[in-house]
Design a protein around this ligand. Structure first.
Ligand SMILES: NC(=O)c1ccc[n+]([C@@H]2O[C@H](COP(=O)([O-])OP(=O)(O)OC[C@H]3O[C@@H](n4cnc5c(N)ncnc54)[C@H](OP(=O)(O)O)[C@@H]3O)[C@@H](O)[C@H]2O)c1
Length: 361
């Protein structure tokens, strides 16, 4: 056995007889891939992978699941996608805890989370589409949780920074959220931490895309929709029953560039430059900087968009792709409780998934 293999035990599979947690992984992309690597570390040794799927293929064969190149193999081979077969694999396992891990952005899969909880599976997710989607979906999720289903959602906000757990703990202690403000997107944090007017915004955006800080189509970041989903998740967990249409989202993408193909958008990035340069210069003259902030106030008014802030503002002092969450509550009212740190990246997000699974057991 090579030294590498000796250090990293093979992934546990359905053939292991004595087990505590059996799981199915949906999504073997950037986050799912990092999660598969974690399963091969000692921290993942009590977890038994009984199924894995991408959007087209899935695998429930023990030897295939144990393969170190499972993610690559799934791109080429495997059974056709069928959720029922994955659930059968979970049911067939003797583990007492059966967990579905959602590392996709699929709205369709997210819409099944509540049903899975009701059927006795636990769900651990990086997918924001249910808790940050339609209010009816959130309500169904709350009902399934109240009936005993356990939902691990740490990875949905701040890539596992202890934001949701802190917020829930405060609320459990009778504290209430008065305002929440912050920078909830790693890519938008990076872009506005770097943007000082010396280079066109489009050049910075191209660089950020190359570094993998933005989605392949940067409009997914620039639209503010992902930030709005995170704001909804936090607000709802704090007791604000907000509908998704109640967040005012000010997109950075001009209307003319919203519905064109990705390649066409990438060819026209320079159209973002002039409006942003003007806003930057106006802010600079007033001694301020631009930040892409998410905010909710005491009356439940929620807004996501570009905001001018003074240099003394906490968001003016962010670095790299840091996220920041400033919570003002009835008990933290003189100064906000600020949670800040890297809020993106596959390793920390996968770790948040693993942490939620381990917390179940
Ligand atoms: N990347 C980060 O740093 C980060 C941080 C926090 C949260 N998240 C969240 O984590 C989730 C995954 O992000 P990612 O960056 O890993 O995305 P990604 O690289 O695009 O991977 C998504 C994966 O989901 C699979 N998928 C899509 N629909 C599916 C379905 N119906 N059944 C099974 N698999 C399906 C895709 O399959 P194919 O390969 O066949 O397309 C792909 O393997 C997203 O919700 C994202 O918002 C990501």
């Amino acid at each position: 056995m090579s030294a590498v293999l000796a250090e990293a035990p093979a992934r546990q599979t359905a053939q292991t007889t004595k087990s505590e947690v059996a799981l199915v992984l949906l999504g073997t992309g950037v986050v799912g891939g990092a999660f598969l690597k974690l399963l091969c570390t000692p921290a993942g040794s009590r977890l038994h992978l009984v199924g894995a799927a991408n959007s087209r293929k899935q695998q429930t064969e023990a030897t295939q699941l144990a393969a170190r190149d499972l993610r690559e193999r799934l791109k080429r081979e495997g059974a056709a996608r069928d959720d029922a077969a994955l659930l059968d694999a979970l049911d067939a396992h003797q583990a007492t805890l059966k967990v579905i891990v959602d590392a996709t952005a699929s709205i369709e899969l997210a819409s099944r989370h509540s049903e899975w909880l009701a059927r006795g599976y636990h769900v651990v997710t990086a997918n924001k589409s249910l808790a940050g989607g339609q209010l009816s979906g959130w309500r169904a999720l709350q009902a399934a949780r109240a009936a005993g289903g356990r939902y691990g959602d740490s990875a949905t906000v701040g890539a596992g920074l202890p934001v949701l757990s802190t917020l829930r703990r405060l609320c459990d202690c009778g504290d209430s959220l008065l305002t929440l403000e912050g920078v909830f997107s790693g890519s938008l944090s990076y872009l506005f931490n770097q943007y000082d007017g010396s280079r066109p915004f489009s050049a910075l955006l191209r660089e950020a895309r190359k570094l993998g800080y933005t989605e392949p189509d940067p409009r997914a970041d620039l639209s503010g929709e992902d930030v709005a989903r995170k704001l909804l998740i936090l607000a709802r967990n704090a007791g604000f029953a907000l509908g998704s249409d109640e967040v005012v989202v000010e997109s950075l993408v001009p209307e003319a560039l919203r519905d064109i193909a990705t390649e066409a958008f990438l060819d026209r990035l320079e159209e973002l430059d002039e409006p942003l340069a003007t806003l930057h210069e106006e802010a600079r003259v007033r001694g301020n900087v631009l930040r892409f902030l998410a905010r909710i106030n005491q009356r439940g008014r929620a807004r996501v968009g570009l905001t001018e802030v003074p240099l003394t503002h906490p968001a003016a002092r962010l670095y790299g792709t840091d996220n920041q969450f400033a919570l003002t509550t009835t008990r933290y009212h003189t100064q906000p409780l600020v949670i800040q740190g890297p809020g993106a990246g596959p390793e920390v997000t996968a770790q948040a998934l693993l942490g939620d699974i381990l917390a179940l057991s």
